[in-house]
Design a protein around this ligand. Structure first.
Ligand code: ADP
Length: 483
């Protein structure tokens, strides 16, 4: 696949240069909208990770690590401006690579530019404190970069996750090694190209595509990495945390969820409905913060099911470039996983289903969005993260039961509450076990500025917003005895 942003799609980006992977081999990537071959990407491995970590270390100990914060910010601002100028090209790359409808891919590219802008502005605003202490002492804190940060990211939102994790790491002066998912490397490589054109010094950002168990495992187990951030599945997140433990380095994990929206009888349903559905089907449900459970107070349960079902019946699914409501899943393998879950739906009632466009290619990874009415909140489909366009509507009797069901999974990433009762809003915001709680909305439009992360199996640590800068730095206390 040709793109002016991809001079060498089959190479790694290390030390400011496009280099062939040591293996000399590539991974074939297919277009999920058609099933046809799309591109060959580098099959990076341990040797390439070694080279990338060494390049990052050299950058951190060299010009990049010594650069004044304001100058780092200026470079990030230039990257953001270049991303913004190339939104359409980036969106098309993403749409073809992962099957994301073009409008949604464009929103990701715009979010990436916005992350760069936000973190550009924060570079010189992260400050320490002075601490009142004993007579004769002056004590203050310094926020220092970790050094080399490793970033292992998934295929569902590469641009947004690069923005929130690499953006925050760079602005605080770390040098990064990024291992994108094998299904979705193209925008990561394009981002490296744009960052290079914007003047990011060689080695400050290195990108090594490759398989998770090869390049990913090499990065997470590398003794030269000072901090790891990972977004992906729970099983791999556990492996990353164990790998980090071997070198006792800090790790940020964002591992998805089973996020509820709680709809009380007094809610403004007209306002809620688009959020209830969109939060489940955006990016074909392949979203960590997807809202896969809709909990509804019993007196309005039938009405909500009916209104959501009407929306589902109108949903159309087709190729990414046709820009319908829902694209294909990222791969045939992901389609198989989602269909495996759908085969376990005994005991649930299908309330409605979207349609796959007649002209959608037979080889594409399409799954029609499906809405279930579910009486049992402990059903497997109401507990496991499906990562497909599937939502369950579950009734509850009162606030206590709503809270118990909402908090009754192993996850805790995002939750929302729909009610006009102000006191209940405040109570629910406290009671819901999640890293983000939305009142009378869901997702707040993505919110680059809003700290994000999980509880329980959803992971730990916070990315996004200013808060992320604390995670990507380490605190040093300096105590001077001067009499
Ligand atoms: P998903 O289910 O979204 O594909 P994964 O957790 O499998 O999520 O993948 C997320 C990222 O983790 C990808 O970049 C993938 O290559 C990487 N990965 C997969 N397995 C490993 C592993 N054993 N060690 C390190 N990284 C891995």
């Amino acid at each position: 696949m040709q793109s002016p942003l991809l001079p060498h799609p089959d190479r790694c980006f290390i030390a400011g240069d496009w280099v062939k992977p040591a293996s000399g081999t590539t991974i074939a990537v297919t277009d999920p909208s058609t099933g046809a071959p799309l591109v060959e990407i580098a099959k990076g491995g341990a040797n390439d990770i070694d080279a990338a970590v060494a390049a990052a270390r050299a950058a951190f100990e060299g010009d990049w690590g010594r650069m004044p914060a304001a100058e780092r910010g200026r470079i990030l601002a230039r990257i953001g401006a270049l991303v913004q100028e190339n939104v359409e090209a980036l969106a098309e790359l993403e749409a073809r690579d992962v099957g994301k409808p073009l409008t949604q891919a464009r929103n990701d590219a715009i979010a990436l530019a916005r992350y760069m802008e936000f973190y550009a502005g924060s570079a010189d605003k992260l400050m320490g404190e002075t601490i009142p202490y004993l007579e004769g002492y002056t004590v203050y804190t310094l926020r220092e970069a970790h050094g080399v940060t490793g970033h292992i990211i998934p295929w569902n939102y590469p641009m947004q996750i690069i923005g929130r994790s690499v953006g925050a790491a760079l602005t605080t002066g770390n040098a990064c090694v990024l291992k994108p998912a094998e299904e979705a490397c193209l925008t990561a490589l394009a981002f490296a190209e744009l960052a290079h054109r914007a003047g990011l010094p060689a080695g400050a950002l290195n990108v090594v595509p490759g398989l998770g168990e090869e390049a990913g495992a090499a990065l997470s187990g590398h003794g030269g990495v000072d901090h790891l951030s990972f977004t992906g599945s729970v099983p791999v997140g556990k492996l990353i945390q164990k790998a980090a433990a071997d070198h006792v380095v800090p790790v940020t994990l964002e591992l998805g969820g089973k996020s509820p929206q709680v709809v009380f009888a007094d809610a403004d349903l007209d306002a809620a409905l688009p959020f209830l559905v969109n939060a489940g089907i955006q990016n074909a449900g392949q979203t960590c913060s997807a809202s896969s459970r809709i909990l509804v107070e019993a007196s309005r349960y039938a009405e909500v099911v009916e209104k959501m079902a009407a929306r589902y019946a109108a949903l159309r699914c087709g190729p990414a470039m046709d820009d319908l409501d829902v694209g294909p899943l990222v791969s045939a393998a992901q389609k198989e996983i989602v269909e495996g879950f759908l085969n376990l739906s005994d005991g649930l009632e299908v309330a409605a289903q979207g349609t796959i466009a007649d002209d959608a290619p037979a080889g594409g990874a399409y799954v029609a969005p499906r809405l279930f009415a579910a009486k049992d909140p402990s059903h497997r489909l109401a507990q496991d993260e499906i990562f497909g366009p599937v939502q369950l509507v579950i009734p509850f009797a009162d606030e206590d039961e709503a809270t118990a069901i909402a908090n009754g999974t192993d996850f805790g990433l995002v939750a929302s509450c729909w009610t006009r009762d102000g006191a209940r809003q405040m109570r629910m915001a406290r009671k819901l076990r999640a890293g983000q709680v939305f009142l009378n909305n869901y997702g707040a439009g993505g919110g680059v500025e809003l700290p994000f992360g999980g509880r329980g199996l959803s992971g730990h640590g916070r990315e996004k917003g200013f808060e992320a800068l604390y995670g990507f730095t380490t605190l040093k206390t300096v105590a001077a005895l001067h009499g």
